[in-house]
Design a protein around this ligand. Structure first.
Ligand SMILES: [Fe+2]
Length: 198
């Protein structure tokens, strides 16, 4: 498959997911202005961890999960927290690339979408952003933490919503987790680490 066809396959699967997952459909319509854009592949250590992580393919088959995993070699992996105090272990193991938005395979004025991968035993510290956000778990499981709400262990097909500037965090145990992350507004301001742990 060419690079363009790998992105196109992911978009097709994503559109199908918006049509069939009630919570995702309620969060946002699938963008009507999705347009392919050039992005330069860039690897980070997490790409190799994801590629070697056979636990991501356990369980029932998922064409969306497989289409997203196929993007790993062609995506531009991001290190948003490079200049923060988050620490080398996180930077060396946390994985993220954009599907829709800056450095993603598609542009849209209506939605942002990223892939997030965390290997086992990793903590994503408390952070917040003005955007309303929905996580959808594609593989594995993680404990999702939200300020003012009880922690939740979520697995394949589960979603969690983050309100504007609501601090949130996540932790993996013995399993990795693979998620899609969607923003529907307030695209200008990226995530910031929350100064005081909630
Ligand atoms: Fe977030």
């Amino acid at each position: 498959m060419t690079q363009a066809s790998v992105w196109a396959q992911a978009a097709t699967e994503l559109e199908h997911c918006f049509a069939t997952h009630p919570t995702l459909a309620q969060f946002s319509a699938f963008p009507t202005d999705l347009r392919p854009q050039n992005t330069m592949a860039r690897g980070l250590p997490a790409r190799d961890l994801l590629t070697a992580d056979q636990a991501l393919s356990h369980g029932s088959s998922s064409s969306l999960r497989d289409a997203v995993l196929a993007l790993a070699p062609v995506a531009h992996w991001l290190d948003h927290y490079r200049d923060s105090e988050i620490g080398d272990d996180f930077l060396n193991r946390f994985g993220c690339f954009c599907l829709v938005g800056d450095q993603g395979g598609f542009a849209s004025d209506q939605l942002r979408a990223w892939l997030v991968y965390m290997p086992p035993h990793l903590h994503y510290p408390w952070h917040h952003h003005p955007a309303e956000e929905l996580y959808l778990v594609l593989a594995g499981k993680a404990e999702f933490l939200r300020a003012g709400q009880d922690p939740q262990w979520l697995t394949v097909g589960d979603t969690v919503f983050h309100a504007p500037n609501q601090p949130h965090a996540m932790t993996t145990g013995t399993d990795p987790v693979l998620c899609l992350v969607f923003w529907r507004d307030q695209f200008e301001t990226g995530p910031q680490l929350t100064a005081q742990e909630a």
